[in-house]
Design a protein. Structure first.
Length: 273
């Protein structure tokens, strides 16, 4: 074979190899295994395709008074080499704010969309949503959606209110206040009696999930007003947590404690008797 012909054949082979390497994988716009960061807004849905072993961080800024939940939807897991579509896989995700982890769980493809409970933070607080794809599936591309579901609301709890010092205020009688607790969450509210008299403290489980429940208590300082916890079960209606005679200016702490493995929505009200 002549030297010139050999060079031409070799050049052709190299050209085909280079062009072949430029053909896109089954999922386009793939982000290589790494850590990516981007912002997400209220009620925005972002669809993302990344390689296995990628951590995708979404930063959400709390806009105003209200609450939000996070939804993660697995869409596909595709092997890049041959387009094989895997099933029965999961995507790990967590939700953090101010160094505290509020959610750490999985979204399974067979279950569809995974949605957290409701959370509320002070205006301007940064919330970090981290979505992780398995490093053991680096030869696959994962496609998923992340969404922040925000609802504007008054009289909603503000995290972190897990102690008396940071308790949210019940500013008015006969006014309903709302919140949400998970199995590891405790919410404190504080009521200051505007007048001397008798007051009833009531709470209700307002969740749509029949398996969600919580417990409520009232405290004078660090002392429970009753020995037992008030059970807030699904469909029970408002329960009387306590009826107390208070002096003007006296403070009562209203505590709601999550207990079930499900996120529990609740409402509180203080009624003048």
């Amino acid at each position: 074979m002549k030297k010139g012909i050999f060079k031409k054949i070799l050049a052709t082979i190299l050209t085909v190899a280079i062009v072949g390497s430029l053909v896109p994988a089954k999922n386009a716009n793939v982000v290589s295994a790494a850590t990516t960061t981007e912002t997400i807004k209220s009620n925005q849905t972002i669809t993302k395709t990344v390689a296995g072993g990628t951590t995708s961080t979404f930063i959400y800024t709390m806009p105003k008074k209200g609450y939000f939940s996070v939804s993660i939807t697995p869409i596909s897991k595709i092997r890049r080499s041959d387009g094989y579509s895997d099933t029965y896989y999961s995507i790990d995700y967590d939700v953090k704010q101010s160094w505290r982890t509020y959610v750490d769980t999985y979204a399974y493809d067979t279950n569809g969309t995974s949605t957290t409970g409701n959370y509320s933070f002070a205006k301007g607080s940064k919330v970090y949503i981290n979505v992780n794809t398995s490093q053991y599936s680096s030869s696959y591309n994962y496609t998923f959606q992340v969404r922040v579901n925000y609802t504007k609301a008054k009289n909603y709890e503000t995290e972190s209110n897990g102690n008396r010092k940071n308790a949210d205020k019940i500013a008015k009688v006969n006014k309903k206040y709302s919140g949400n607790v998970s199995s590891s969450d405790v919410d404190y509210w504080v009521f200051t009696a505007p007048k001397s008299g008798k007051y009833a403290f009531k709470a209700v489980n307002s969740s749509s999930n029949s398996n969600a429940y919580a417990y409520a208590n009232t405290y004078k300082g660090y002392k429970k007003t009753y020995y037992w916890d008030t059970y807030l079960g699904y469909g029970y209606g408002y329960k009387k947590v306590s009826i107390l005679r208070l002096r003007k200016g006296q403070k009562i702490y209203f505590q709601v404690r999550g207990s079930s493995s499900y996120s529990t929505d609740y409402k509180l009200v203080v009624v003048k008797r």
